[in-house]
Write a protein that binds this ligand. Structure first.
Ligand SMILES: Cc1cc2nc3c(=O)[nH]c(=O)nc-3n(C[C@H](O)[C@H](O)[C@H](O)COP(=O)(O)OP(=O)(O)OC[C@H]3O[C@@H](n4cnc5c(N)ncnc54)[C@H](O)[C@@H]3O)c2cc1C
Length: 237
């Protein structure tokens, strides 16, 4: 498979850096082709603005999503966006490696989604969304670290249900929205606290990467399960 790792951590010697390096080594050993977008090393621009387009459809009133649609049609995204979109088109499997920051992805990675997951490229009226999104047939996986312990993230935990509250906006709202098939996340809880746990996480991650195609997908509903008011039909509740 062609695997793209989108990696967002400012310190190469961090545990996130170790997980990224491990993934590159294991996946390469397994015979996959691997590319890494190291967003901090690339100094990737996070803010979505006019500079993202070589020409504007409407310079008098800047509307980001409409300009994305226009740039998709006219192939006029800025060079950094185009390069990331080409990597996405190349990839069969995308791994997002990041620390949980403020219950979400670091801003540099959020900016990557804002700018690269463009209207007219990954979703849109002609392309569709969710199971009809532009990146159908490709998989994606979140590999994340936390500061809070695992016990803080069950349904009634202090930090909120990890799957339904923290990761839903990422797995469902961004990855699945774009047509990607999200698989179960890999989470290293509180790696800063415990050397033994870190070693176990590295071993577990290695095993998971050695069998990439066996990682279970998250069973999100297809769009036909929702009615015309965007509500899940009664029979699927
Ligand atoms: C702005 C901000 C917001 C945050 N918001 C949240 C939040 O909402 N929720 C939450 O839970 N947490 C939050 N945090 C905490 C954050 O998620 C954790 O600090 C982070 O996930 C820890 O991962 P790391 O890679 O940065 O760890 P590091 O501190 O870089 O690494 C941990 C340890 O692993 C060691 N290590 C590195 N490589 C290896 C290796 N190969 N083998 C063994 N050990 C190794 C390092 O030396 C280090 O001692 C936030 C932090 C910031 C800065």
């Amino acid at each position: 498979m062609n695997v793209l790792i989108v990696y967002a951590h400012p310190e190469p010697k961090s545990f996130n850096g170790a997980l990224k390096d491990l993934a590159v080594a294991v996946l390469t050993d397994e015979g996959h082709q691997v590319k890494v977008s190291d967003l901090y090393a690339m100094n990737f621009k996070a803010a979505a603005d006019r500079d993202d387009f070589l020409m504007l459809d409407n310079p008098d009133f800047f509307k980001y999503q409409l300009e994305q649609g226009h740039a998709s049609k006219t192939n006029t995204f800025s060079k950094d966006i185009k390069e990331e979109q080409e990597k996405l088109l190349w990839a069969d499997f995308v791994i997002f490696q990041f620390p949980l920051w403020w219950y979400s992805v670091p801003a540099i990675l959020k900016g990557w989604f804002d700018r690269v997951f463009a209207s007219g490229f990954v979703y849109g009226q002609r392309i569709g969304r969710y199971d009809k999104g532009g990146f159908q047939g490709r998989k994606a996986m979140v590999s994340m670290t936390t500061g809070s312990p695992r016990e803080a993230f069950p349904p009634y935990g202090m930090d909120g249900d990890i799957h339904e509250k923290i990761l839903y906006p990422i797995n469902h709202g961004m990855l699945y929205f774009a047509g990607l098939e999200p698989v179960e996340p890999f989470i290293a809880w509180t790696p800063a606290r415990d050397e033994d746990a870190r070693i176990r996480y590295l071993e577990d991650y290695k095993k998971r990467l050695q069998n990439l195609s066996a990682i279970p997908s998250i069973p999100y509903h297809p769009t036909v399960h929702y009615d015309e008011h965007h509500q899940l039909k009664l029979e699927y509740r």
